[in-house]
Design a protein around this ligand. Structure first.
Ligand code: SIN
Ligand code: MN
Length: 207
């Protein structure tokens, strides 16, 4: 059996096919209001192969001039991000073990050629909250390691409906997507993979 690093949890088939369909309908509505766009890398301005949008009060964005950050508006339309669908809030309540709602859901769309290099999610103020990730559509090869870039990594497939939680010791684990396996799901009629990552960004006010 594959042993995952401390704090990394993989839940295969967390969303059943009906739940995947329902969530996909929610995400289509988000994308209709906040179109997928091509993010660019800090400094170099190199386009990423993954297209992105967000929902929630904050969205994660990147561009050449201002780099990685969260902001309340879509970088192309200038409009506020669509509200986080209730279905995603319910997933967060079920999986996060964290008493405050998520503020951001990054929507990543991968075509067959897209990938995502090894990185940490560290643009948030509050690392007490986990990152909760959901996969829809084609499978991918996901890689996750330790809290340093040099650490060992393990790779495994994420299928449509799978959930991954990066929490506790694993909250700052390096992770990335090495490849997409085209035509491994019929959920998206034109193929591709959607990944949703739910995150708490700001530190909640003390009670
Ligand atoms: C991400 O780290 O933003 C995406 C991970 C994934 O696509 O599974
Ligand atoms: Mn990430």
């Amino acid at each position: 059996m594959l042993v995952l690093p401390e704090g990394i949890r993989h839940m295969p088939g967390y969303l059943d096919p009906a739940a995947q369909d329902a969530l996909l309908a929610d995400i289509r509505a988000v994308v209709a209001e906040a179109p997928l766009y091509v993010p660019t890398m800090p400094k170099t301005g190199k386009p990423m192969s993954v297209r992105m949008t967000n929902c929630g009060s904050l969205g994660w964005v990147t561009d050449r001039d201002r780099g990685y950050r969260y902001q309340a508006t879509h970088p192309v339309t200038g409009r506020p991000w669509p509200a986080m669908p209730e279905r995603l809030l319910a997933v967060w309540r079920a999986l996060s073990d964290y008493p405050h709602p998520p503020e951001a859901c990054l929507v990543n769309f991968y075509t067959a050629e897209a990938k995502m290099g090894l990185h940490q999610d560290r643009d948030e103020q509050d690392f007490d909250a986990p990152v909760v990730s959901l996969s829809l559509g084609d499978a991918c090869l996901f890689r996750v390691g330790e809290n340093t870039r040099q650490g060992n990594t393990v790779s495994f497939r994420l299928e449509s409906g799978d959930a991954v939680i990066l929490g506790g010791e694993g909250r700052l684990a390096f992770h990335g997507v090495d490849r997409i396996y085209p035509e491994t799901s019929t959920l998206l009629k034109n193929g591709g993979r959607i990944n949703l990552t739910l995150r708490r960004v700001t530190r909640p006010a003390a009670a």
